[in-house]
Ligand binder design. Sequence first.
Ligand code: AMP
Length: 421
Amino acid sequence: MSFKELRLIEPILRALKAEGYENPTPVQEQAIPIVLKGRDLLACAQTGTGKTAAFSVPMLQLMEQDNRRGRRHIRSLILTPTRELAIQIGESISAYGRHTHLRHTVIFGGVSQHNQVNALKSGVDIIVATPGRLLDLMSQGFISLNKIEYFVLDEADRMLDMGFIHDVRKVLKQLPDRRQSLFFSATMPPVIQELADRILYKPLTVEVTPVSTTAEKIEQSVYHVVKKEKRALLLHLLKNEDIENALVFTRTKHGADKVAKVLSKAGISAEAIHGNKSQNARQRALGNFKKMKTRVLVATDIAARGIDVDTLSHVINFDLPNVPETYVHRIGRTGRAGASGIAISFCDAEEKAYLKSIRKLTDQAIPVVDDHPFPMSAATEEPQNNNRSSNGGQKRHHGGHSRHQGNNRRRKSNNRRRERN
Ligand code: AMP
């Protein structure tokens, strides 16, 4: 199937061609005709499937075909959970809509509202927004949603994870009843399904590659390593020049900073990106990484949400995530739009349970690499080469430490981790 067969108009076809898109991805192939028909859409699709174009291309087309003369007003709202995603969607709309007459702006927190307010005052047709700043500007009277014709809720499940669901509900109350709504979520837990039921009117459903199968095209491996030797192992791996660029995931902001520092000290260009950095610093780091000025970007999950680097050769899980779906999201960064990629994971003794859940979710046996300078002995869970550990190489989980206690402890530390992120 070609984009032309999807009955896209010439200005959009031309823009997609300039982007290098030859054929629609499965979610685009299914969603575009539904949206063009004016129907509501419920799409189960994650980042990396081409979902941004799946909602923005047909929406741009409908708006362009019904282009109003006179004063511009906000006709379309795209609500997305993070600043990075908002910026990225804004960039995609600039690209896909470059030959249309439509104007858009991006609204997100963490920066001065000045430029955003100026853009709104000069008149826009589309806003891409994160919930907090949107509500803020609405309460100040800079944004009114009463003429919205198109509403897109992007990454609904992530909104829930990030605690934005109340903000989303507040936004919904301000939308006119008569509108076309498009709902995107990677997963469909019951709360999300309820939210979709509230938003959508007789929706048509599109579902592409469930999260667990996305991982199949990515070459994965796991290195068992003692926690304190992870940095040395990372430095060792990065000696390999086949790793052109790598997105390294850590669990905490502090961890991200530390890893970036160690790499920079060793002469490897690296930057960290996380929620404590200013928006400008994050954009700069991301820009440097995209332009291949930095080889390694170290990120926490929330900061990395929406990072879209077309040619990412490696994803490295410095720390394994405790939520298995997060693993699939992370490694999916390297297999963008059908390309294959490589994902390497470090697993220390405490993370073995996480690895087990990941294997279960992906239904894949991730190959273990033993042939590296810092292997962890399976029996002792200590470095095999040297015994520098403080407990003299004793088994960490021996004695009366029951499995149940271990799980409780892990749960508590997971909660702490979540708070930190
Ligand atoms: P998304 O899921 O919207 O984040 O898109 C993932 C990546 O796929 C982005 O880098 C897009 O530029 C790219 N992409 C989207 N649609 C296509 C297409 N039809 N052909 C090639 N690349 C695409």
